[in-house]
Ligand binder design. Structure first.
Ligand code: BG6
Length: 479
């Protein structure tokens, strides 16, 4: 793999994202030889630190989140880390940053600016980067990585896009959705398009319904400040669930590149029928309002389920059911494709009622399962569902899957935007969700369901499918 000397500037470098995700991902990339020793990782934050202090901060993060740190690797990695203490809104801080980068680089390196900061600072950082002449690509590339949430509705996302576009071209922008960095989410594209057996069946003629379930066992924890103003629709649906949905529903991109892939995903969102409130369920787990930082009368949903319909030749009449929530009984992310039953029931009263089911396990126990009916031995015409299974753990020698951030950072460094959200994708997703968020915000239009912590979510979500004569499939679990 080609590696180039690059500068990676992390704004908000002493924050939680750097500690948990970015520092470990950068260290692993370095260990794998994907970040050359000439690269520079420049932390920018308000905390008073010098280079050594920043190295100590990163080392502590690695000690906490990386299982093994060979001292020789650390000794070569640590010198890459530099620090600029600055204020996100102060022009002089950006001049200091520029000076530091110029000293470090000699001749200009490609630069990746990573905004690991609260969204309210995005427009001002973009503006300051421009004013300090840190954004123009005269000598080398300048890319901007933006963390979610990208806006809190269509309007604010549009404003953010306009602010970013006033300085950066769309090709310079990398909007992170860490679900796209998960191996198993990427594998969806390969499962569909690197094989011949699935795609001929991937349509309304053979598929009865599609289910996407992202269940979390964690509750809101210490994130109430952010979460209570966001809720599950903004936090999980607008980005992660819709990304999985578009990957399942899109047409094959051809030729395969970042533009065509994202074009196809946008077409799915554009063809998705406007959501009706009756096709959605929102719930809140019991005890949520007692969490520190949560409004005592909060109507923030911690769970949602919905039915989406795509008005296209391929998907006419096939419902896509999506659900996600916090404080549920298990952590698992699964895509389930439920096929139609055979057209003719040859086996009379012994006909199994079980349809064929393809489960794509995003996490945990990453893999794919295909459930089909087999004849029960020594029984006349009796069938039973059995499972064909693929597990990453056993199928690949290097069982440890890379962290999503590792893959995404590498792609951004190499200028591959395939796994990043484009501005139109973001705005289409908000267009679908805005009216639903609005409806659930008001007691007259959305009556929030309540569910017990550790449960499967509100019964209303089961009723949503039961009304169509269907039921949720269980998610993938650890084997
Ligand atoms: C984040 C959300 O984007 O994704 C969190 O803000 C959520 O609320 C997390 O817990 C889930 O990610 P994962 O990778 O643990 O499924």
């Amino acid at each position: 793999m080609k590696t180039t000397c690059s500068s990676i500037v992390v704004f908000g470098a002493t924050g939680d994202l750097m500690r948990r995700k970015l520092a470990p991902a950068l260290f692993r990339l370095f260990q794998k030889g994907r970040l050359p020793p000439c690269a520079g990782i420049v932390g920018f934050a308000q905390t008073e630190l010098d280079d050594d202090g920043f190295r100590r901060f990163v080392r502590e993060a690695l000690d906490e989140f990386v299982t093994e740190i060979p001292e020789a690797d650390w000794a070569t990695f640590a010198p890459l880390l530099r620090y600029v203490q600055g204020d996100l809104t102060a022009p002089e801080s950006y001049l200091t940053l520029r000076k530091r980068l110029e000293e470090l680089e000699g001749e200009s390196f490609p630069r990746l600016y990573y905004l690991a900061i609260a969204p309210r600072f995005f427009p001002s950082v973009v503006d300051q980067l421009d004013k300090a002449d840190l954004s123009s690509e005269t000598d080398a590339s300048r890319r901007l990585v933006i963390e979610k949430p990208f806006g809190r509705d269509g309007l604010s996302a549009g404003e953010l896009n306009r602010a970013a576009h006033s300085v950066f071209k769309e090709t310079q922008l990398y909007r992170i959705d860490h679900y796209l960095g998960k191996e198993t989410a990427q594998n969806l594209i390969y499962l569909r398009f690197a094989n011949t057996i699935f795609e001929p069946l991937w349509n309304r003629l053979y598929i009865d319904n599609v289910q996407i379930s992202v269940s979390e066992s964690v509750d809101v924890g210490h994130r109430a400040d952010y979460y209570d103003g966001a809720g599950v629709l903004r936090d999980m649906f607008q980005n992660h669930l819709f990304q999985l949905f578009t990957l399942v529903a899109m047409e094959p991109p051809s030729p395969f590149n970042a533009t065509t892939l994202r074009d196809e995903k946008v077409k799915v969102l554009a063809a998705t029928r406007p959501l009706l409130t009756v096709d959605t369920v929102c719930g809140q787990y019991e005890g949520y309002r007692a969490t520190e930082g949560v409004e005592p009368s909060s109507r923030t949903p911690t769970y949602a389920a919905m039915k989406l319909l795509v008005d296209s030749w391929r998907w006419q009449g096939v419902p896509f059911y999506l659900r996600s929530g916090k404080a549920l009984g298990s952590k698992s992310s699964t895509i389930t494709i439920e096929f139609k039953r055979p057209p003719h029931q040859m086996f009379g009263s012994f006909q199994s009622p079980t349809p064929n089911v393809l489960s794509i396990c995003i996490q945990p126990d990453e893999g794919v399962h295909l459930q089909f009916d087999a004849k029960v031995p020594d029984q006349s015409a009796k069938t039973q569902p059995v499972d064909l299974e693929f597990h990453y753990q056993s199928a690949f020698e290097r069982a440890e899957l890379p962290e999503a951030y590792e893959r995404l950072l590498l792609d951004a460094l190499q200028g591959d935007a395939s796994l990043f959200a484009r501005s139109d994708e973001i705005e289409h997703a908000w267009k679908l969700l805005d009216p639903i968020i609005e409806a659930w915000d008001h007691p007259e239009t959305g009556s929030l369901a309540h569910y017990a912590q550790g449960s499967d979510g509100p019964v209303d979500a089961d009723e949503l499918l039961a009304a169509d004569g269907r039921a949720w499939h269980a998610g993938c679990v650890d084997h």
